[in-house]
Ligand binder design. Structure first.
Ligand code: ATP
Ligand code: ZN
Ligand code: MG
Ligand code: MG
Length: 449
């Protein structure tokens, strides 16, 4: 990328989240982090992005695996380019996100490979790559002894949160997706999870074709996603499913095959060039089934549970499970750290509360003792682990498929994206939110509307 020759006309709006807006140009994406404080200096903005890159590189990458993580690099963009770009993309932004303001002052951005594209795909096939982005959320039931509400051991956080979000107008319809099905390792349950995501994608599923978004939640929350349009897009990739197939409707057969392809990728070792029966791991010691997600009992018993050890889902779940005390166990430790810092404010740096996110931070995460010895070191270690787990609960998995015409099968590559550090200061909010979600769920179960 030649920074002095940046032309806003080459770049287009690609998407956005809570924290950043993303523009793309061919094989490259650039994340522009939203303005956090109006008084933020360019130096602060630069440090902030550098912290994000370090966190991805030195913390998340070693935990999730080299092959899945692309950390990117900080770039300093010409201010003129950023200003023109922000004007250009403004009309394409979803209305409900427009409360976030683009930073047009610092010129700092995060440059990443465009994971919805595969390099040089056009040499192999005229069909553009299909990329599926899944934000899977937390895939296990908490098992901490600090939990005070029994329902948290039976119903997963995502399913409880759905009721709260519906009540608060965040979404107009409940999603039937349950992360525990996706992370189960059972093909039948994963199939159900992916089907539920297609029926109600919310912000947990996006599909791109040749780098263009073709399927996601509708801006207007009342509108259903267009499954028929998706089927039309997918048809050329599944030529065998186009007749009446297995007695199913042809459209259904296409979706069926598409789900199977995503499932295989999620259970593989990360790219399509490996084979062999992988070793299974059983990460979840607690109840593997969420009571809010209806599923036939017999299927639960005889599925082939456990995820292949190298699979992207096993990696993400393993990091999520660093949260082994639950927010109810973490909050008192956070308060211990706060009390200590009140007395010794200078210790904030040594304890790396706000970074730097380097090997030494990673050591604290890895070598935190299992038993509480009452020390501030233990408390900091657990708080660090909790924040790392929170990142893994909020990441996205990108699976980019390319149809290989010679072998008439899909090749794919898998990456994990959105590995930003979650702020230390966010812990009290997480604690309150957890209480609100659980209490709302309990109330709504007692008195169905
Ligand atoms: P969130 O609200 O999920 O925390 P965020 O603001 O942290 O979002 P990202 O999730 O990193 O931002 O990016 C927003 C969206 O932009 C992603 O969901 C994805 O669709 C797209 N995106 C980001 N980085 C890339 C990339 N390297 N390649 C392709 N698409 C990307
Ligand atoms: Zn659930
Ligand atoms: Mg995201
Ligand atoms: Mg994020």
């Amino acid at each position: 990328m030649e920074l002095d020759k940046m032309d806003e006309n080459d770049w287009k709006y690609h998407g956005e989240g809570n924290k950043s807006l993303v523009v793309s140009h061919l094989q490259v994406c650039c994340r522009l982090i939203f303005l956090r404080l109006s008084s933020q200096t360019a130096e602060q903005a630069f440090r902030h992005i550098l912290n994000m890159v370090d966190y991805s590189k030195y913390v998340m990458k070693p935990l999730l695996g080299e092959k899945y993580v692309h950390s990117g690099e900080v770039v300093k963009l010409p201010l003129d380019f950023v200003r023109q770009l922000s004007l250009k993309v403004q009309q394409e932004r979803p209305e409900l996100r427009c409360d976030k303001v683009m930073d047009t002052f610092s010129g700092c951005g995060l440059c990443l490979p465009n994971l919805t594209q595969l390099p040089l795909y056009h040499l192999r096939d005229h069909r553009p790559p299909i990329c599926v982005e899944i934000k899977p959320k937390c895939g296990f039931l908490p098992f901490s002894r600090h939990i005070t509400k029994e329902c948290k051991r039976k119903v997963c956080r995502f399913c409880m949160h759905q009721h709260y979000k519906l009540a608060n107008g965040k979404w107009k319809r409940l999603s039937r997706y349950c992360p525990l099905n996706l992370f189960s390792g059972s093909k039948q349950r994963m199939y159900v999870a992916l089907k539920n995501l297609l029926e109600e994608p919310q912000n947990n599923l996006k599909i791109f074709k040749g780098g263009e978004l073709i399927f996601s939640c509708k801006d207007d929350a009342k509108q259903q996603p267009e499954l028929n349009d998706l089927i039309q897009h997918l048809r050329p990739y599944f030529p065998h499913s186009n007749g009446i197939y297995n007695g199913q409707q042809p459209g259904k057969a296409v979706l069926n095959e598409f789900i199977q392809v995503i499932c295989s990728a999620l259970l593989s070792g990360g790219d399509s060039n490996r084979s062999g029966e992988p070793r299974k791991v059983h990460l979840s010691e607690s109840r593997p089934h969420c009571e809010a997600s209806p599923f036939p009992r017999d299927l639960l018993r005889n599925g082939n549970h456990g995820l292949p050890k190298d699979s992207v889902l096993a990696k993400v779940l393993q990091v999520q499970m660093l949260d082994n005390l639950d927010i109810e166990g973490i909050y008192p430790l956070y308060k211990r750290v706060e009390q200590y810092l009140e007395e010794f404010p200078k210790e904030r740096n040594r304890l790396q509360i706000d970074g730097p996110y380097n090997e030494s931070f990673m050591d604290t995460v890895k070598n935190c003792p299992t038993e509480d010895d009452g020390s501030v070191e233990y408390a900091v270690g657990k708080v660090h682990q909790y924040r790392v787990a929170m990142t893994a609960k909020d990441c996205s998995i990108m699976i980019t498929h390319q149809l290989n015409l010679e072998k008439t099968r899909f090749t794919y590559s898998i990456s994990i994206l959105d590995l930003d550090p979650k702020p230390y200061e966010g812990i009290p909010h997480q604690y309150k939110l957890d209480t609100k979600i659980v209490n709302y769920y309990l109330r709504s179960m007692q008195a169905p509307p």
